[in-house]
Ligand binder design. Structure first.
Ligand code: FMN
Length: 171
């Protein structure tokens, strides 16, 4: 599958098969995250990969009790080891760097016929406790991963001319 196909086919999967993800595929997907760019190449991302069903159920509770979080065979807690911001633009390194890596994960998973969903609706202090994550580490997002049991959706997107302008702000 080429990149544009993966970009087009990726969707937020909220219904997973009860089938484990092969460790070779998981490693390939995680390697796609490892290769992501990061500001100053700091590679501040750290990932806790959770397959244990008790822990996944606990994560479901920490994630607004969204049932597919507990049902997905893999939940990834995507973390960063920095809480610093970029000097000039003021944006946090953590959310930008980790998000790029996570989208690498989402696209790599799609290309291997797996599916993902970003989970931003979660309580970090609960996730920290469940996974024993030190307080020095930022928990940026969770992501579910597994073989899809649904057909996928294609939510509407804005048109290009609604989101892009050229040479000066004109939106
Ligand atoms: C940062 C972020 C956080 C999200 N958090 C959740 C979430 O907690 N639960 C959920 O079901 N979907 C979540 N989503 C998925 C979005 O709802 C979804 O990406 C959006 O509706 C577009 O649909 P698509 O991903 O299928 O193209 C999140 C997506 C992003 C990028």
């Amino acid at each position: 599958m080429n990149l544009f196909e993966a970009v087009t086919r990726r969707y937020s999967c909220r219904d997973y098969q009860n089938r484990p993800v092969e460790s070779e595929k998981l490693e390939e997907i995680l390697n796609a995250a490892r290769l992501a760019p990061s500001a100053r190449n700091m590679q501040d991302w750290r990932f806790v990969v959770v397959t244990d069903s008790e822990k996944r159920k606990a994560l479901q509770k920490a994630a607004a009790d969204q049932p597919f979080v507990g049902a997905a065979p893999v939940v990834i807690a995507a973390c960063s080891n920095t809480n610093k911001r970029m000097n000039l633009c003021g944006q946090p390194y953590s959310s930008i760097n980790v998000s790029i890596a996570l989208e690498h994960i989402a696209l790599a998973a799609t290309s291997l016929e797996l599916a993902t969903c970003w989970i931003g609706s979660f309580k970090p202090h609960q996730v920290r406790k469940i996974l024993n994550i030190p307080t020095s580490i930022e928990i940026v997002e969770l992501m579910t991963l597994g073989y899809p049991a649904d057909k996928g959706t294609s939510p509407k997107r804005l048109k290009l001319d609604e989101i892009v302008c050229y040479e000066q702000w004109n939106l």
